[in-house]
Design a protein. Structure first.
Length: 216
């Protein structure tokens, strides 16, 4: 799924952000060594974080039906994952980098849901939408400055792109045989079984004869 998402983003950025220009698109870690070897304008989308979106998790298994509409299998629902990309622009002039970042920002503000005609691989046949947010404040446990520190590079203008995409769980469970007969209910009539009363002697008294049960 991840490589299909990369190709989907490449197609969208090439078409709607770069407008067919000769700017390269990369997915490399923007380290100092990598930046030193760049000699052409480049937009880099570095995938630095992957985590499941627990708020979108569902537990109900989905039925799989045959051509006759009969349930043959059941499978767990797709898991939704958030993939975070560090978006940077690399040119000889800061003004050109800002223009590229502006084009990237505008592209993903327009497409909060990735268009179906850019989805590649398994994403092309999924029912769940592929959502995108850009330049939102990161969560408290994730800082972009920490990402730059881990990369060993100098902090520069960047955009935080978060894409939420489904991941198919390829696990199925065979369904049981179809029910061919109706439900039958068996009922029985129960009557109270009453026990005859017996006389209980008083303490220290004479034992009497048992009293016959009263006529009902």
């Amino acid at each position: 799924m991840i490589h299909d998402l990369d190709e989907s983003l490449r197609t969208l950025v090439r078409r709607d952000a770069l407008g067919g220009s000769d700017v390269d698109i990369a997915f490399d870690a923007p380290t100092r060594e990598w930046a030193a070897h760049r000699n052409t304008p480049t937009v880099d989308l570095y995938l630095y974080d992957i985590r499941e979106d627990l708020q979108r998790r569902t537990v109900a298994w989905e039925p799989v039906r045959d051509e006759n509409g009969r349930v043959t299998e059941r499978r767990p629902p797709d898991r939704m994952y958030k993939l975070s990309y560090l978006v940077t622009a690399w040119t000889q002039r800061p003004e050109d980098e800002h223009r590229l970042l502006s084009a990237m920002l505008y592209c993903f503000l327009r497409h909060e849901r990735l268009p179906e005609d850019v989805l590649a691989g398994v994403l092309a046949g999924t029912v769940a939408p592929v959502l995108a947010t850009i330049a939102l404040p990161p969560p408290p446990d994730r800082s972009l400055s920490d990402v730059w520190s881990a990369l060993g590079g100098e902090l520069k203008p960047s955009l935080d792109l978060v894409v939420t995409a489904p991941f198919e769980v390829r696990r199925q469970q065979e369904a049981g045989p179809p029910v061919e007969s109706g439900v039958s209910v068996r009922m029985s009539d129960t009557r109270d079984q009453r026990v005859a009363d017996t006389r209980v002697p008083k303490a220290g008294g004479r034992r009497g004869k048992p009293r016959a049960p009263a006529a009902r």
